[in-house]
Design a protein around this ligand. Structure first.
Ligand SMILES: [Zn+2]
Length: 310
């Protein structure tokens, strides 16, 4: 299994005390090492995405604004919670690049699964607007890239971040050849999702406090039947871990075992329809300790030999 990272991911910072902080990636690395998962991963270094490729998912106007230099030691605010420092632009290009390299790796059978430990995250970034800690949308871009480069006709996007993936929905709603299934806590940031924007969107809003029972019902009644009916050729996961009960930014009650259960179910779908092809990319997750444990749980599931396709 490929694991994508880059030292520059930790240079992007939105200021001290900001929850989407460089220490998140340190916590993930430490947890994977503590669980002895780190040496089992095939470590890859991200390369920057080609600017032209980003235009698959974003307007030229947005990309030109993001490319404006930010002076060292200052912050350029996009919204009250989201700002760029001098290194953000490079980190953002590397993050998208990692996810596209991961798509290339699974589509050319170099590996079955890939996890991208990237930041900044991407799922709130809309076609024409950055927002919510996100600048460009790596997973939406990956879906369009995979459709174009590998002529795929059925790409599935799964988003289990606690916040609705409004950006991914904005870019992929009614996009031919794409199905998106997602879960999120209703009525929190960004406030969207209860009314899907396209027929290819399977949105499952969850009430505050929802945990294992609601996840089981969501998998059984919504996600898995929809995914199985779609027969995906590739699974792309927006892997946010802020639905964890210890996360400070939201109010769901998931545990690391729940992330394992969801991942196991997605691996089974991938094994049944596309020789296990899964690309997963980090989105949210702001309690450092819970984030480390949850990512470990997700990756341990992806590494499980018993779930590998024959
Ligand atoms: Zn989130």
């Amino acid at each position: 299994m490929y694991f994508f990272s880059h030292p520059r991911f930790q240079d992007h910072s939105m200021g001290s005390g900001h929850p989407e902080c460089p220490e998140r990636l340190v916590a993930i690395e430490e947890a994977l090492k503590a669980k002895a998962l780190w040496p089992q991963l095939d470590h890859q270094v991200a390369k920057p995405v080609d600017m032209k490729v980003l235009e698959l998912a974003h307007t030229q106007d947005l990309l030109q604004r993001l490319a404006l230099p930010v002076p060292l030691g200052t912050y350029e605010f996009i919204d009250p919670d989201t700002c760029m420092n001098a290194q953000t632009y490079e980190a953002m290009l590397l993050a998208s690049g990692a996810v596209l390299q991961a798509v290339d790796a699974v589509m050319t059978d170099k590996t079955r699964h890939a996890f991208c430990a990237v930041r900044p995250p991407g799922h709130h970034a809309e076609r024409a607007a950055s927002m919510g800690f996100c600048f460009v949308n790596h997973i939406a871009l990956a879906a369009l890239y995979a459709r174009k480069k590998y002529k795929l006709t059925r790409v599935a996007v799964i988003d289990f971040d606690v916040h609705h993936g409004n950006g991914t929905e904005d870019i992929l709603a009614n996009e031919e050849g794409v199905l998106m299934v997602s879960s999120f806590q209703q009525d929190i940031y960004p406030g969207s999702g209860s009314k899907p924007k396209g027929e290819n969107m399977v949105n499952v809003p969850l009430r505050a406090g929802a945990g294992s029972a609601e996840i089981a019902s969501m998998l059984e009644h919504h996600w898995i039947p929809q995914l199985e009916g779609f027969e995906p050729q590739l699974l792309l996961i927006s892997a946010g871990f802020d639905a964890h009960r210890e996360d400070p930014l939201a109010g769901l009650a998931w545990t690391e075992d729940d992330y394992a259960r969801i991942t196991d179910a997605l691996v089974q779908v991938a094994n049944a329809f596309c020789t296990g092809r899964i690309v997963s990319s980090l989105e949210g997750g702001y309690c450092l300790d819970a984030l480390g444990r949850s990512v470990s749980s997700h990756i341990a599931s992806l590494l499980k030999p018993s779930l590998r396709a024959a």
